[in-house]
Design a protein around this ligand. Structure first.
Ligand SMILES: [Zn+2]
Length: 711
């Protein structure tokens, strides 16, 4: 199959938190290098991405921040978009899954698969919160981890030991909505029978053959990606639920019986987000989206982190093939994880380098971070970001090698040739090398440069970006050693003809670097070209033009071309700045660590008569409403059996009023009335307060009637 064009996708970042280095080096930076390279070689390519705005993690975050899911996705979509743009991650479109076109596209997929009989309806028992009146998504259930004993593990994962869990494995499960113990209740969902697709998936992944036609070359896939797919396939695929009982997400199409209260599983709709993003892009660019998804001459490539391999290599291909007419990915160059200073990057523990903070604290230094993240990119195995390594990469490599070479060339051009590329005598004999004359030295070096660039390009085509970056820096090292061995600063007087050919060649090398560097460090490319008196690259096949010229031994900058003023591309970073970052990282992590349990001292002793003055009664909350202009108060009506009480309680920041009706409570029934916000409160709800400030209702035992005395 001949590749006519490319459709590149990057994993949709989840809109419930900011972007960190792990995200950037996982799915965005590698795709940016690859896409910039394709554009520079004149290839037709569209690169799509966007915010993933569905799933329980959004609603969990909204509850935590005491706001709506809509406010959460708006806030983080904007933040993600700005951070990615700030790092020059150059998508054709950065879309979002809350857009109507995405809901329509996802529902069309669901409807079509439903009508084609691709789903199985399966009833299962799931945890249900009776007081909240809803099924609990995995993230809404917490309990004790069966593996490490962490009392705060989630239904899908323990963040302490990293184990993947299912809600039924948790010991002492509790609902995060109400703190109550959930019950099991039957619910019906639509499952994708992955087991029925096992055979063709295995053949497709392992041999690249799809319906008897060669589709891709498995030997070009990363070993760890193939390994993970193989392990899933070997252990046998099972039907996977494509819907959830949730109140946030894409609705199961209304006309499907039983659709009420059901949403599409976030991992069904998120990859479809690539398609809706392509549709949105095509609509504003006079293009048809179909040719990017359905023409077999379009190569589809997914850039992701390793935690998403199963979704992109197995589940999404099944969805696309079941729908029919769509291309499958020809490669999924997933990256592994990047650790930070000896520990896993963690949002919840605030152990991260946040991109929006980096952009503020290191203004104009995007290429430095890009360089270090590419150099340490977790291509085949997990890697490590250290601030010391970041400093060394800057000082030893960018400053001492790249910036030093480039600056020396520009300074020497100004010093000896008034900023103009010198002509040299082609027939002059070269002393001390194999070359017979200057012309053949110059041409040999240009051909050598051509071959090095070919090697670099091959590394990019094979998704070996670390190797490609190393080739780039080797080219700069070569330039430095040519200068070092010929010593223009000494020999310009004694051997001016030699120094002319040396500086001429180094100027050609610097120009080639300004092109080749663009996929890795676009800002530096622009700076280099400005100093060389060249216009910025326009992504119009400049790389192939460069290779053509070099292979012919043609110069890139002709004699007489005038360059601009020289300035440094990178400058040294002092230890104090690195120490400040390390201190900040540790301070931030300490601040987000859970506070140690506070033991509240006991109050002074009272007599039994003192206690007996308090009249405690069991009751049930009937209604709960917010109080206008009082963000802490809830207006409750409590059934005491013999009467209904109005009670104002300062719990609005701990409980959503909607989930309270039906809750059993214990109240102080003989407290003197008190008026707040124009409402008279008659009593007080009893609550226990945990060390972290969270509140739990004191509940009467089962069978305690409303109005019964608690003593
Ligand atoms: Zn655990």
């Amino acid at each position: 199959m001949e590749i006519k064009r490319y459709l590149v996708t990057s994993a949709l970042p989840y809109a419930n938190g900011p972007l960190h280095i792990g995200h950037l080096t996982g799915a965005y930076l590698p795709a940016d290098i690859y896409v910039r390279f394709l554009r520079l070689t004149g290839k037709e390519v569209v690169w799509v991405c966007g915010s993933d705005e569905h799933g329980a993690a959004i609603t969990v975050k909204a509850r935590k921040e005491n706001t709506t899911p809509g406010a959460i996705i708006d806030k983080y979509h904007e933040q993600l978009k700005m951070a990615l743009a700030g790092m020059a991650i150059d998508f054709n479109i950065y879309h979002r899954t809350s857009e109507p076109i995405h809901h329509e596209t996802s529902q069309d997929f669901f409807r079509t698969l439903y009508e084609k009989g691709e789903f199985q309806e399966i009833e299962s028992q799931q945890y249900y919160d009776e007081s909240a009146g809803q099924f609990l998504a995995d993230r809404y259930i917490m309990g004790t981890c069966p593996k490490c004993g962490n009392p705060n593990a989630y239904g899908d994962q323990c963040e302490k030991c990293g184990s993947t869990l299912s809600p039924t494995e948790l010991i002492n499960p509790r609902s995060t909505l109400s703190g109550t113990i959930p019950v099991m209740k039957p619910t019906t969902h639509w499952y994708l029978p992955l087991n029925q697709h096992q055979e063709w998936l295995k053949t497709w992944i392992e041999t690249g053959m799809l319906e008897g036609v060669k589709h891709h070359e498995p030997e070009t896939w990363k070993p760890h990606v193939l390994g993970q797919c193989k392990s899933w396939l070997d252990s046998g695929l099972e039907p996977r639920s494509m819907t959830r009982d949730l109140d946030w997400g894409v609705d199961v199409p209304k006309e499907i019986p039983g659709s009420e209260g059901k949403k599409l599983y976030v991992w069904l709709d998120a990859p479809i987000g690539y398609i809706s993003a392509t549709k949105a892009w095509a609509a504003t660019h006079h293009e048809t989206w179909e040719k990017y998804w359905k023409d077999p001459e379009t190569a589809l490539i997914h850039f992701i982190g390793k935690d998403n391999i199963v979704f992109h290599c197995l589940i999404f291909p099944v969805i696309l093939k079941s729908y029919g007419g769509y291309n499958l990915p020809i490669n999924v160059p997933a990256n592994q994880f990047m650790n930070l200073e000896g520990d896993k990057v963690s949002t919840s523990r605030n152990w991260a380098v946040w991109i929006h903070e980096y952009l503020e604290e290191w203004p104009g230094q995007q290429d430095l971070l890009r360089y270090y993240l590419i150099k340490t990119m977790p291509e085949q195995r997990d890697s490590e970001f250290t601030w010391k390594g970041f400093q060394e990469a800057n000082n030893n490599e960018l400053v001492n090698n790249l910036a030093n070479f480039f600056n020396r060339v520009c300074v020497l051009l100004h010093k000896y040739y008034q900023g103009e590329i010198p002509a040299f005598n082609p027939d002059k004999a070269f002393v001390g090398t194999e070359e017979p004359d200057f012309d053949s030295f110059h041409e040999t070096e240009l051909l050598y440069l051509h071959d090095r660039i070919q090697d670099l390009n091959q590394s990019i085509r094979e998704f070996r970006f670390r190797d490609a970056l190393k080739s780039l820096m080797d080219m700069s090292s070569t330039g430095n050693s040519i200068l070092q061995s010929n010593e223009p600063w000494k020999k310009e007087q004694s051997d001016p003809e030699l120094i002319k050919v040396v500086i001429n060649y180094c100027a050609q090398l610097a120009t080639a670097l300004s092109v080749v560097i663009r996929p890795f460090m676009p800002f530096t490319s622009d700076k280099m070209r400005a100093q060389l008196g060249l216009s910025p690259l326009r992504d119009e096949d400049e790389l192939n033009q460069l290779l053509d010229a070099l292979s012919q031994g043609e110069v890139l900058l002709p004699p007489g071309h005038k360059i601009n003023e020289a300035s440094h591309l990178f400058s040294r970073i002092e230890d104090a700045r690195i120490q400040a970052q390390l201190d900040k990282l540790k301070r931030g992590a300490a601040l987000s660590a859970p506070a140690p349990a506070v033991h509240v001292p006991l109050k002074e002793t009272i007599s039994i008569d003192d206690f007996n003055k308090t009249d405690l009664r069991a009751g049930t909350i009937l209604t709960a409403d917010r109080v206008p202009k009082a963000d802490k108060l809830l207006h409750l009506t409590v059934d005491l059996g013999f009467e209904k009480r109005t009670i104002l309680s300062g719990i609005a920041q701990h409980f959503q009023p909607e989930v309270l009706p039906g809750r059993r409570v214990v109240i102080v029934a003989n407290l003197a009335p008190r008026k707040m916000k124009g409402i008279e409160s008659n009593g007080m709800i009893l609550l226990s307060e945990n060390g972290d400030g969270s509140l739990r209702f004191v509940e009467p035992s089962d069978g305690a009637e409303n109005g019964s005395v608690v003593k």
